[in-house]
Every structure is written in structure tokens, then in C-alpha cells.
Design a protein around this ligand. Structure first.
Ligand SMILES: [Zn+2]
Length: 315
């Protein structure tokens, strides 16, 4: 019954599929770690060049910057103040891997804002990706680390009541896990290489308090076969993730699990990111994606394109 399914919300779209949104801003390139740092401005330049050529139907939009007030819902006041202080004193080093340059504060606020806007677009029926840097999933409630200042995907998760975050970056998203560890309204599912940076993400880390059971970690040793990885990913999505019945699905989309990534490497091929996306879309929920890692300047654009071609509803 057409009306019934529409009114009950089971038919999220009517008519033509909406254009897919890319949320990004050239100022995200002005976060400049020292020369030779893998998390460099060329990452976004390479992705944008490829997408403009290969996916001309994407709709590009500038996000609204996140405010410090919004960020205080996921970070401590002390953390926000420390990041601002480092940005005021730029160039500054925040941790062994994490730096602030004169453009960093603006870039970080735009990155978090883009993730928030991507979530809102998805909830309104338009699939969206925040194509941003600095990345966010290592930023804990009170600490910047691992190239990350503010947790972009965590801000996106505040836009709905029940949220599933799927994090397939090759590194464990310790920051996202930390922020939602005791929260039963956010199911955090991470696949990652282990042992590896940042050292967290054991299978036994499953949440705490009311959030017990709402964190799912699947660590994979170096040289895991891609078939094993994909099978386990499918099982978790189709099992606990489907049962969770989220209002919104967010993908912490890192592409450093690609087989030859200079700092990651978990044997995934470019087309595997299309398959991972297909599996997540099988949940049939509003879905937005936020760029995390991925450091090979040739493979990253191809991985993002493979991901977006599926997110965009193409076969
Ligand atoms: Zn990573």
C-alpha cells in the first residue's frame, strides 16, 4: 500500500533519486602539517580532481563551520581550549603526529561542520559525504591525537537519536569509541588492523555501563585475507548492526586499509570499498560518510570514487 509505506517512513525517497552531496571547502586544505607528513593537502586535491572528472553529477556544497559550543557536546572544555591555544600559537605540535598551522582552526571547524551537514542531508533523504581534513576518529573527549583534533563523525552522530557508526579505517577509532563508550544510543562498529596504532580496539572492548554491548571491535592481524575481512564485516552488519535498527548510519570512511597504503595496509582492493559500501547500504537507512584516513595519493581517489558510486545509488 503505497501511502502506508510512505507515511510509515519505509519509502525514504519518491520520484527521481536526489543528487549526492559532497560537503567540502578549499579551506580544509589550509591545515598544513610539516612537509612530508602523510596527512597532507594533496589528499583532498587528488580526490577532488578525480571526482570532478569521473563523477560530474555530484553536487558540491560548502559546509557551515561547527561552533565551539556544538563541539562542547562531544569534547571537554579543556580539550577545546588546548586546541585553540595550539592554533593561536601555530605552527605548533600537539602530539608526536598532530600539528597546528595558521589555517588549522578554520579547517578543523569546517571538517566537523561538514560531517554534521552530511548527517543532516542524509536524514533529509540525500546521501552525502564530508570530504574533509583534518580527520577525526582518533580525537577523544579530551585529547587530540593521530592527526585528529575534533571528532567529526561524533558531531555528525548527534544529529539523530539512534546512530550506527561503521568505521572501516585501518586504525581503530579510539576517539569515537571513547566518546560513545557508555552510550546505548550509538552503536560503534570498527574493523582495524591489530596490533597497530593506536593500540586499542580489542574484541573484549564492548562498551561500559548502559553502553555495554554497543561497541563492536573486529581487529585483524596484518596479512589477513580480504575474503576473511569481508565475511566478518558482512556478519556484523547483518547481525547486531541490523538488529540495532539505527535512524542514521555514519561511515567513518578511511581508505588506508587499501593493500599498499604507506601507513596502513590490510590487503583490501579498491573494489572492496564498493562492496563494504554495498553491505552498509543493505541496511536501507539514511547514510552519510565522513573521510578519515587514506594516504596513497593515487589509490585514495579511486577508493573514494568506488565508495561514492555505490553510495550514490549506482549499480
Ligand atoms: Zn587510519
Amino acid at each position: 500500500m503505497a501511502y502506508g509505506s510512505y507515511l510509515s517512513g519505509t519509502t525514504p525517497r519518491l520520484g527521481y533519486p536526489p543528487d549526492m552531496l559532497i560537503l567540502t571547502d578549499p579551506r580544509c586544505r589550509e591545515h598544513r602539517p610539516p612537509p612530508g607528513h602523510p596527512e597532507c593537502r594533496e589528499r583532498l586535491e587528488a580526490v577532488e580532481r578525480t571526482l570532478r572528472r569521473e563523477a560530474p553529477d555530484l553536487e558540491w556544497r560548502t559546509p557551515k563551520s561547527a561552533t565551539f559550543r556544538e563541539l562542547s557536546a562531544i569534547h571537554t572544555k579543556e580539550h577545546i581550549e588546548r586546541v585553540r591555544e595550539a592554533c593561536r600559537n601555530a605552527p605548533a605540535q600537539i602530539d608526536p603526529d598532530t600539528f597546528a598551522s595558521p589555517g588549522t582552526e578554520e579547517a578543523a571547524l569546517l571538517a566537523a561542520g561538514a560531517a554534521r551537514d552530511a548527517a543532516r542531508a542524509a536524514l533529509a533523504g540525500t546521501p552525502a559525504m564530508a570530504l574533509v581534513r583534518p580527520p577525526g576518529h582518533h580525537a577523544t573527549r579530551d585529547r587530540a591525537m593521530g592527526f585528529c583534533l575534533f571528532n567529526n563523525v561524533a558531531l555528525a552522530a548527534l544529529q539523530a537519536k539512534r546512530v550506527l557508526i561503521v568505521d572501516w579505517d585501518v586504525h581503530h577509532g579510539n576517539g569515537t569509541q571513547d566518546i560513545f563508550y557508555e552510550n546505548p544510543d550509538v552503536l560503534y562498529f570498527s574493523t582495524h588492523r591489530a596490533p597497530f596504532y593506536p593500540g586499542s580496539g580489542a574484541r573484549t572492548e564492548t562498551g561500559a555501563g548502559r553502553g555495554l554491548g554497543f561497541t563492536i571491535n573486529r581487529p585483524f592481524p596484518h596479512n589477513t585475507r580480504r575474503g576473511t575481512f569481508l565475511e566478518e564485516f558482512f556478519e556484523v552488519i547483518e547481525g547486531p548492526c541490523r538488529r540495532f535498527d539505527a535512524d542514521l548510519v555514519l561511515i567513518s570512511a578511511g581508505f588506508d586499509a587499501w593493500k599498499d597504503d604507506p601507513i596502513g595496509g590490510l590487503n583490501l582492493e579498491v573494489e572492496d570499498f564498493a562492496e563494504l559500501t554495498r553491505v552498509v547500504l543493505g541496511l536501507k537507512k539514511p547514510t552519510a560518510s565522513v573521510l578519515e584516513g587514506g594516504y596513497d595519493l593515487d589509490a585514495l581517489p579511486r577508493c573514494v570514487l568506488a565508495h561514492l558510486n555505490v553510495l550514490n545509488g549506482r549499480p
